[in-house]
Design a protein around this ligand. Structure first.
Ligand code: ADP
Length: 271
């Protein structure tokens, strides 16, 4: 089931990608009542695999989250990463580059945030912002951002060659669901601090972002670092789909708990 879901959502490097033709409210044929408890179960199994990943300390997993404002990147981190041992998870939220970040190439801060061996890294936004934002806001010329497809493909290939699995999720929300969520956020005094005027100006250039995302997803989805377009209008479907793909990937990585070098059966801990 997870394998066919992964095949369905994986972005092809060779076929055209039209995001408007992909449903944002697909429920994958899942029924909410029969899936009750499923996320907890999957999260529990993820935690089991993560324990082994940490113990093995040889491989890493990098999870990249991209999506429009209010597509649920923060919510996904809260609901899906929750069962993992925080000591082995590194979540990085990438903001507009500032200070020393601006004195370096755009991949510098990303490389510094990569998961160490045994760790899971979660990127809430990522190096992909360095193609999307300059392109839609005309911050640099096309000759600058276009080269970044290749830089990023090569960078991710290098990470894979050195022992990191790379998984990338585009959380696919509709224009209307984004509107509802942004309005709810503005109206809720506990959450209105998150409102950013750029959420509204970015919404005005939705088609520009859509075109930029279509190109970036296709240009950088490769077998070694695939993109998955996840229907994200329905939060529990979004979370469960992503959790299942992460679990399947961890199981494929098959981390092994180290075998003690000595025969422990003979060891008695003194009183
Ligand atoms: P979020 O919207 O992810 O919850 P913020 O409200 O802090 O978090 O927004 C982060 C902002 O930083 C976004 O508008 C995003 O486009 C911007 N950003 C992140 N990385 C870059 C980058 N490399 N270049 C330009 N803008 C970036």
């Amino acid at each position: 089931m997870t394998t066919s879901m992964m095949a369905k959502f994986r972005v092809s490097a060779t076929k055209p990608l039209q995001l408007s033709a992909i449903a944002t409210d697909d429920d994958l044929g899942w029924d909410k009542s029969s899936q009750k408890g499923e996320l907890e179960k999957v999260v529990g199994e993820m935690a089991f695999e993560q324990h082994r990943l940490m113990a093995e300390a040889k491989q890493s997993l990098l999870i990249v989250l991209q999506g429009r404002d209010a597509s649920g990147k923060d919510g996904l981190v809260r609901h899906v990463m929750t069962g993992m041992n925080p000591a082995g998870v590194r979540v990085t939220s990438f903001k507009v580059p500032a200070g020393i970040e601006k004195q370096h190439d755009y991949l510098w801060r990303c490389h510094d945030s990569c998961p160490a061996r045994g760790e899971v890294g979660v990127w809430n936004r990522s190096h992909y912002e360095d193609i999307l934002v300059p392109r839609v806001k005309n911050l640099v010329g096309e000759e600058v951002w276009k080269k970044r497809y290749r830089h990023i493909r090569d960078f991710e290939q290098m990470l894979v060659d050195e022992g990191t699995r790379v998984l990338k999720f585009y959380l696919h929300v509709s224009h209307d669901v984004q509107r509802q969520r942004l309005q709810k956020r503005i109206d809720n005094p506990e959450r209105s601090w998150k409102h950013d005027p750029s959420d509204l100006s970015d919404r005005e250039i939705w088609p520009k972002y859509e075109a930029a995302y279509e190109d970036v997803l296709r240009e950088t989805s490769r077998p070694h670092a695939p993109w998955y377009v996840i229907p994200a209008d329905v939060k529990w479907v979004r979370d469960l789909a992503v959790a299942k793909i992460i679990l399947k990937t961890l199981q494929e990585m098959d981390p092994k708990v180290p075998v003690p070098s000595k025969d422990l059966k003979k060891i008695i801990v003194p009183e």
